[in-house]
Design a protein around this ligand. Structure first.
Ligand code: PGA
Length: 245
């Protein structure tokens, strides 16, 4: 399994600051055992792809579920691919909870992106009240099921476990907490899909990952990488990419 580190820049940066970040990444020494993908704001996807070294992938942060049409403000997988971009983040907690995207819509997006040959970083994760109520497993299994129902070929899917209470809060899941959920998710894939899927799909962790906590998290057997928000905009993203070095 190749370690996978995604950056999620969210709605941050401008051409100048992202240009500087890109220069830092282009000239950094990166572990080539790690697959790296940067999630850029849609308006900068083309710009970022043209500047970022080809050894680093680019992801859109969202897209719609059909190729084209009267959907003002949306972008399609076909357009993303047309800009030379290979990945999209879907089902991020901010899409689910700020913009009200349902499991059903996320499932439809997953299906259409994969049909369009776009790799999908599919995000799942429980809210604080769900964790406190002891329903973490139910929540993440249900979210995973809706995604899985829309996947035929898992080779272009990365599953990102991101507990909502850890996103942007500085409250990282402990290595044990992350490992526990990742192990259960892999068990779910084994039971409901196949050994081949369970053994090959990257399950990455997201939520307040930093240069300081990444090594301990990366040492967990079922943590196959990270999805990084805030720290992906800083030079320490390089340390996170190299967490397994
Ligand atoms: P964070 O965001 O690293 O800033 O917590 C992670 C994410 O939302 O993917």
């Amino acid at each position: 399994i190749k370690f996978f580190v995604g950056g999620n820049w969210k709605m941050n940066g401008d051409k100048e600051s992202l240009g500087e970040l890109i220069m830092t990444l282009n000239t950094a020494s990166l572990n080539d055992e790690t697959e790296v993908v940067c999630g850029a704001p849609s308006i900068y996807l083309d710009y970022v792809r043209s500047k970022l070294d080809q050894r680093i992938g680019v992801a859109a942060q969202n897209c719609y579920k059909v190729p084209k049409g009267a959907f003002t403000g949306e972008i399609s997988p076909a357009m993303i691919k047309d800009c030379g971009i290979e990945w999209v983040i879907l089902g991020h907690s901010e899409r689910r909870h700020v913009f009200g995207e349902s499991d059903e819509l996320i499932g439809q997006k997953v299906a259409h992106c994969l049909e369009s040959d776009l790799g999908v970083i599919a995000c799942i994760g429980e809210k604080l009240e769900e964790r406190e109520a002891g329903t973490t497993e139910d929540v993440v299994f249900e979210q995973t099921k809706v995604i899985a129902d829309n996947v035929r070929d898992w080779s272009h899917v990365v599953l990102a476990y991101e507990p909502v209470w850890a996103i942007g809060t500085g409250k990282t899941a402990t290595p044990d907490q992350a490992q526990e959920v990742h192990e259960k998710l892999r068990g779910w894939l084994r039971e409901n899909l196949s050994d081949a899927v369970a053994d090959s799909v990257r399950i990455i962790y997201g939520g307040s990952v930093t240069g300081g906590n990444c090594k301990e998290l990366a040492a967990q057997p079922d943590v196959d990488g990270f999805l990084v928000g805030g720290a992906s905009l800083k030079p320490e993203f390089v340390d996170i990419i190299n967490a397994r070095s």
